[in-house]
Design a protein around this ligand. Structure first.
Ligand SMILES: [Zn+2]
Length: 237
């Protein structure tokens, strides 16, 4: 597809999608328009290969989202903080999911000594700090891809620490059992790994969907059933 056709294609694809969804379930859009009560706040990377609702197999209305370059969670970033506060305090999401990913350009840039330019180097300062704080471990990893994975994991860990120190998050954990999860998306396999960080580790497969999966997808659209028996399989019914 020529680049200039991408927007026209996207618009026509939207028309087809809206037609299909409406045909499949006439209540879908009216119900969606009546309000939102997502169970999950997703904090992820802006990377085009990590569209949270798609990779979770969920639907519009299921996930409240903030994405930025390299999923950096900084306590003084008012954008991230506003999204977290609205999702946690007002929408009362049940899960906060922070997700890093493989082949992250931000991670690669932070591992490089070459400046990207403009505001990007400033944005990546927290990742550079993670690199410096973990110099020994990171330099011992000879494979570039694996080193990128490791710094991205460390970045999720740092972000989880920021989330766990967030007053709105702390209150929600104490008052209503909000769960915070650190996860990692492997683009090469499409699988999300739970890093066992946050309020409770030990999930297998899709994070935050153990036990209370029924809370996550309850639309009139096909219900997705998550299994966490290790296979991480999913079926629509
Ligand atoms: Zn990324």
């Amino acid at each position: 597809m020529a680049a200039e056709d991408a927007f026209a294609y996207a618009l026509s694809s939207n028309q087809a999608w809206a037609g299909y969804k409406g045909h499949q379930n006439p209540d879908f859009f009216p119900k969606l328009a009546s309000g939102q009560s997502p169970a999950i706040l997703w904090l992820g990377c802006s990377d085009s290969r990590c569209p949270e609702t798609t990779i979770l197999g969920l639907q519009p209305g299921d996930v409240f989202v903030h994405r930025n370059i390299a999923n950096i969670i900084s306590p003084t970033d008012i954008n991230t903080s506003a999204v977290i506060e609205y999702a946690v305090t007002h929408l009362k999401v049940k899960h906060v999911v922070l997700c890093g990913h493989s082949s992250c350009g931000g991670a690669a840039a932070a591992l490089s000594d070459v400046r990207v330019g403009g505001v990007l180097d400033t944005w990546l300062v927290p990742l550079k700090a993670i690199r410096n704080a973990n110099k020994e471990e990171l330099s011992s990893i000879t494979d570039d891809k694996l080193r990128g994975v490791r710094i991205a994991e460390l970045n999720v860990e740092a972000g989880i620490n920021v989330l766990m120190a967030n007053p709105a998050v702390q209150d929600a954990i104490a008052e209503r059992g909000l769960q915070v999860h650190g996860t990692f998306f492997d683009i090469g396999s499409g699988r999300i790994r739970d890093l066992g960080l946050g309020t409770k580790g030990g999930h297998n497969g899709i994070p935050g969907l153990n036990g209370d999966a029924g809370d996550v997808v309850r639309g009139k659209h096909a219900m997705l059933v998550f299994r966490t028996d290790g296979a991480g399989s999913m079926q629509a019914r």
